[in-house]
Design a protein around this ligand. Structure first.
Ligand SMILES: Nc1ncnc2c1ncn2[C@@H]1O[C@H](COP(=O)(O)OP(=O)(O)OP(=O)(O)O)[C@@H](O)[C@H]1O
Ligand SMILES: [Mg+2]
Length: 214
């Protein structure tokens, strides 16, 4: 087991979540707007206070600060990354690694031109989908034990979604999404969150129930 959540509670938003993501597994977290998915992700990343226990490889990480959790191998790709006008893509990547080959391979994989390296992290210079790809690449460069991806597929074109899905299958990840087709591409295992709780968990078939309820 890589990540284990035990009775996680955040205010009256997350109401006692138990969830496990095993090594090498991509688990999808599906849920409607306001279900509490981002709040749960923020708790895992250590960005907000919560009750309950979080274990990474059987070690409790509840006392660790966000950057310490990143060091331990948890990376969280935000639903809405902030504008960072003082930073260009190359400087962002170089803060993690100066391995140009690795960076260039990831750029190619996501069909991003190398000229993007000189662009600043603002919506004026980089499109929404490009920004999502850059965030995913940063997360991958950190060589995480587990990635928490919060709606990274939103705004990606279908080809890019397929590339991302294939890549995620090779990693351990908790993938938060609304997109049922993307969920099917990515996850053999699916958890459905409603009103702060995991109401159903299982193999991809549980997606049918989720779609049926909407
Ligand atoms: N800091 C906060 N203070 C008060 N309420 C909050 C806070 N953060 C989130 N909420 C509320 O908690 C609920 C869950 O929000 P959250 O962002 O976790 O949902 P979500 O499942 O990620 O939704 P979406 O699919 O729209 O991204 C919402 O009703 C939201 O308004
Ligand atoms: Mg959210």
């Amino acid at each position: 087991m890589d990540l284990k959540l035990e009775n996680i509670k955040v205010k009256d938003i997350v109401k006692g979540v138990n969830l496990e993501v095993n090594k090498g597994e991509t688990k999808v977290l599906l849920g409607k707007n306001g279900a509490g998915k981002t709040t749960l992700a923020r708790a895992i990343a250590g960005l907000i206070d919560y009750e309950g226990n979080i274990y990474l490889e059987n070690k409790k990480i509840d006392k660790l600060k966000p950057y310490e959790r990143v060091k331990q191998g948890i990376t969280y790709v935000l639903q809405n990354p902030p504008e960072l006008p003082h930073l260009n893509v190359k400087r962002l990547f170089y803060a993690i690694t100066t391995n140009d080959n690795l960076i260039s391979n990831y750029l190619k994989m996501f069909h991003l031109p190398s000229t993007i390296l000189n662009k600043r992290l603002t919506s004026k210079e980089i499109s929404g989908g490009e920004r999502k790809k850059i965030e995913v690449i940063s997360a991958l460069l950190l060589k995480p034990k587990i990635m928490i991806l919060d709606e990274v597929d939103a705004g990606l074109d279908i080809k890019s979604k397929k590339i991302l899905a294939e890549l995620l299958k090779q990693h351990t990840a908790l993938v938060i999404t609304h997109d049922v087709d993307f969920a099917k591409m990515v996850g053999k295992k699916v958890a459905i969150m409603e009103n702060g709780k995991i109401i159903k968990e299982g193999k991809a078939e549980v997606i049918k129930d989720y779609v049926g309820e909407n």
